[in-house]
Write a protein that binds this ligand. Structure first.
Ligand SMILES: NC(=O)c1ccc[n+]([C@@H]2O[C@H](COP(=O)([O-])OP(=O)(O)OC[C@H]3O[C@@H](n4cnc5c(N)ncnc54)[C@H](OP(=O)(O)O)[C@@H]3O)[C@@H](O)[C@H]2O)c1
Length: 339
């Protein structure tokens, strides 16, 4: 059983804990500690009640600085600097780093120096970390020598399996993606001075807001043959959760809508079972809230222009899908460590 800690108990950190109890991961993980800047009563409250995902599936209470979940007891800390926690005495195997504050090897090294053997980052990292893993695509790249690994971004987890399927079906020449992403906690509810990105100072509930995205870099890192060939944009919209990528690619050989949809439908039941979904129901984004898959292709929206331009609509639950993939990466890493 892997002994883990969650650092940063926000949307992703809490989704991780919930997925451990809800989706059967508890057999593989014991959550030993949570480090979050808030106080234990607020941590408990936000564990029990969640506007997006509903009530926690188990009883949750507080015992001094410990969060009690059913029979389990989790030590909680409130330290901005990981070096201030005596991780060694907790005998942690892996920290799930979900604060968004440690994305370079240099920053993440603070954990290793504090006695943590391994770190899994909930975001794309600078290139010098040991690996960037999109579960289903390259988890075989995990090794027991690695100490700092990134689980990429939710959007990278959405598009890479789709590009992989298309690359094999018809080859990819170039393309663009537009991510339409639900609101996040780096946006204010109403206008506020809170970030250096001017557009992120604007009220999340009032506007459709273009934001920067590192997706093109993430795609190039995972699929070097697409380096410089895919350009990406992103906008935030006033919904709580669930996002969608509108993807347009030029292919190397002729295809039809049926061939593209068949390839993606087949991937959903073979190589990418549990990771890719395929639907032809008339859906709205809310239908994918709490969906654990990395991407669900909306086959009703697939278009092909002139045999070589393919347009796809790819849904994903940016919180729940991503948290489940992060846990899959951790499970895989644990298996590699054991072997
Ligand atoms: N939300 C998504 O859809 C999504 C999907 C995939 C990946 N991610 C990535 O996951 C990371 C977290 O995103 P999120 O949406 O979960 O953000 P969030 O809801 O803001 O959660 C981050 C939490 O970490 C806390 N924190 C900040 N610095 C800390 C530190 N040094 N030590 C301990 N806790 C600290 C924050 O506290 P304060 O609020 O007090 O600062 C906050 O509660 C980001 O890198 C994001 O890009 C997010």
């Amino acid at each position: 059983m892997l002994r883990i800690a969650i650092n940063g108990y926000g949307r992703i950190g809490r989704s991780l804990l919930r997925a451990i109890y809800e989706n059967g991961y508890r057999q593989q993980f014991q959550v030993v500690a949570i480090n979050e800047l808030s106080d234990i009563d607020t941590i408990s409250y936000l564990t029990r009640y969640d506007t997006t995902h509903g009530r926690f599936p188990k009883p949750v209470s507080v015992d001094e600085s410990r969060l009690i979940i059913g029979e389990d007891s989790i030590q909680c800390f409130s330290e901005r600097d990981p070096a201030n926690i005596d991780w060694k005495s907790l005998n942690i195997d892996l920290v799930m780093e979900c604060s968004g504050s440690f994305s370079s090897r240099h920053d993440a090294q603070r954990y290793l120096d504090a006695g943590i053997p391994r770190l899994l980052l909930s975001q794309p990292a600078s290139s010098e970390v040991d690996a960037t893993i999109v579960h289903g695509f390259n988890e075989h790249d995990l090794s027991n020598q690695q100490t700092i690994v990134s689980a990429a971004s939710c959007t990278t987890n959405c598009v890479i399996p789709v590009f992989d399927v298309l690359q094999k079906l018809c080859g990819l020449e170039h393309g663009t993606t537009q991510t339409i992403h639900s609101a996040m906690n780096d946006q204010p509810v109403i206008d506020a001075y809170h970030t250096k990105d001017l557009r992120l100072t604007r009220a999340a509930i009032s506007s459709i807001i273009p934001v920067d995205t590192g997706l093109a870099k993430g795609i190039a890192r995972l699929m070097p043959s697409l380096s410089g060939k895919i350009e990406c944009n992103a906008i935030r919209v006033p919904t709580l959760n669930v996002s969608v990528v509108d993807m347009v690619v030029r292919t190397n050989s002729d295809v039809t809508v049926e061939q593209v949809n068949d390839a993606l439908r087949n991937a959903a039941t073979s190589k990418y079972a549990g990771i890719v979904g395929f639907t032809q129901e008339p859906h709205a984004s809310v239908d994918f809230n709490h969906d654990p898959r990395s991407v669900i292709i909306d086959g009703t929206q697939t278009k092909v222009v002139d045999s070589r331009m393919v347009k796809l609509l790819c849904w994903f639950d940016n919180e729940w899908g991503y948290a489940n993939r992060m846990l899959d990466v951790a499970v895989q890493w644990a298996m590699v460590l054991k072997s």
